[in-house]
Design a binder for this molecule. Structure first.
Ligand SMILES: [Zn+2]
Ligand SMILES: [Zn+2]
Ligand SMILES: [Zn+2]
Length: 509
């Protein structure tokens, strides 16, 4: 596609000599690009794509917006989608998942990185002194629901489960001598489908957010215990702050990765009354003692006592004691921020292109349990005439598991993928607003041909002041995605190059 690469050179920023990688264009994509060359809309498209940050599936909007001075009512500016480069306003989809939108997920990962890093080392409205607060990195895992294929541990010489003997009650071997790679769809799946406790796995995943919530409550309680104060008085001596990310493992169950920071009574950066080693021990105890009792799905089911898995990994990243440098020398704060940012964009594994048979089985188990919950009274009360899938008994209608259908594609996980306590760091929303302000300043500067005023720039961007302008918009949703098949190919290629360029630049630093 020489014609396309030739004309798009220069539009995409960094290094005009490097053409976009468009080696795998389909005929439809190539025809789409040629059509843009013919009707001379390549420039308008490049403009629209740049404004979305090269999003794969932007949202298309049609309508107008009017910016008004809130104090005087004066109309400051008006914008109509017909003024936009392609006659339609394209907004980035903002999807977190890398497999859905590489460009938007990178923005998400970058913001998550900045948010987590500021909580570790300060900056972006967080006092620099937080860099001296004790810090713990904890991974809370899911328990085992049966033996699964793996990539082999230290003792197996890279082989899956070579040392087991015998067969399970279904006649299947308990061992596997294969050398699986991560990409092998078997990995994470059970050695015997019939032995694996799919039901409990889904019930655990469904309650995982509650386990996490109780862990944070238990942690605060145990810190208060350690300090010998009643829990309501904890705030007078210390404050526990965290950032956490949920990550799907290959077996389809989530792990929580969390950074836990202990601050003193005067907020982030004030001196903490426990060191990182003690904080790690307290976090370990809190994770071990948290339980949730899950109600039965129906009359034929049993309650389940749910816990985190035994493989807790809780490490002191920073002791917070002057001159007693860092707790775990193989973990650097920036590295941890990098891990968490990367985890935050990972998928469930149920996306197209990486669908493992055992994930599909978990999806079916979610639906099956929802159906059981819906008919828990076994139809004794009769169907609700007002509600298609309701039941008159009241018990079925109240069952939390009825909603499992809605979360089946998430393998039963309905929690947040990334969250933080209020004072851990700057909120992601504020970073997003700062980016929008920066883009506006840059666009203004480009248009007027004036250099951007960089004095005190970060503080101005991050200011949380009340907006003095009011934007009144009338927008209608016109669809999702680029309308020309060539557009998506170009946007993806440009996003890929931006990513490579950023990596190249990072490697040179
Ligand atoms: Zn996107
Ligand atoms: Zn195996
Ligand atoms: Zn079996």
């Amino acid at each position: 596609m020489n014609a396309a690469t030739a004309t798009t050179e220069g539009f995409w920023g960094h290094s005009p000599e490097v053409p976009l990688d468009l080696a795998d264009l389909t005929d439809a994509q190539a025809a789409g690009i040629v059509a843009r060359l013919h009707d001379r809309t390549t420039g308008a498209f490049a403009d629209a794509a740049a404004r979305t940050g090269y999003c794969s599936h932007p949202i298309r909007l049609q309508g107008t917006s009017t910016t008004i001075d809130a104090a005087t009512g004066e109309v400051l500016s008006q914008f109509s989608s017909t003024d936009a480069p392609l006659g339609t306003l394209y907004r980035a989809c903002g999807n977190r998942r890398e497999s859905v939108c590489p460009a938007c997920s990178r923005v998400y990962a970058r913001d998550t990185f900045e948010m987590i890093r500021a909580g570790l080392l300060g900056g972006k409205t967080v006092p620099d002194a937080v860099a001296d607060n004790p810090l713990v990195f904890a991974t809370l895992t899911a328990p085992s629901f049966g033996h699964v294929h793996g990539t082999g541990g230290k003792h197996g010489g890279g082989r899956c489960r070579p040392h087991r003997t015998g067969v399970c009650p279904h006649g299947r071997p308990r061992s596997c001598t294969a050398q699986h790679s991560d990409a092998d769809p078997l990995v994470g799946g059970p050695l015997c489908e019939a032995c694996y406790d799919w039901h409990s796995a889904v019930v655990w995943q469904w309650h995982a957010p509650e386990l996490w919530r109780r862990f944070t409550i238990g942690l605060r309680r145990q810190v208060a215990d350690r300090l010998g104060v009643p829990e309501p008085a904890l705030r007078d001596v210390a404050s526990v702050q965290f950032a956490k990310v949920a990550e799907y493992q290959l077996r389809g169950l989530v792990h929580f990765h969390a950074l836990i920071r202990l601050d003193g009574p005067d907020g982030p950066g004030s001196s903490a009354p426990l060191d990182g080693e003690v904080l790690a021990q307290v976090a370990k105890d809190a994770a071990r003692s948290v339980v949730v009792t899950a109600p039965p799905v129906d009359g034929g089911d049993v309650p389940r006592v749910l816990r985190f898995g035994k493989q807790l990994d809780v490490r002191c990243v920073r002791s917070g004691v002057p001159d007693n440098d860092d707790g775990t020398d193989d973990l650097r704060p920036e590295q941890v921020a990098g891990y968490l940012a990367k985890y935050s964009t990972k998928s469930t594994g149920t996306d197209a292109g990486d669908s493992r048979p055992h994930h599909q089985r978990l999806v079916r188990t979610c639906r099956w349990l929802a159906e059981r919950a819906r008919t828990a009274c076994r139809g004794l009360a009769g169907p609700d005439p007002e509600d298609d899938d309701g039941c008159l008994c009241g018990q079925c209608a109240d069952s939390p598991y009825r909603l499992l259908t809605k979360w089946a594609h998430m393998l039963g996980f309905r929690g947040h993928f990334s969250s933080k306590s209020r004072r851990y760091s700057i909120p992601l929303g504020r970073l997003r607003r700062a980016r929008a302000r920066f883009q506006k300043l840059k666009a203004d500067a480009d248009r007027d041909g004036t250099p951007m005023d960089t004095a005190d720039l970060e503080n101005r961007l991050l200011a949380d002041d009340e907006d003095t302008t009011l934007v009144i918009g009338h927008w209608a949703y016109a669809g999702t995605g680029w309308t020309n098949p060539g557009d998506k190919a170009l946007a993806d290629a440009a996003a890929a190059r931006a990513r490579e360029y950023a990596q190249w630049r990072a490697a040179r630093r």
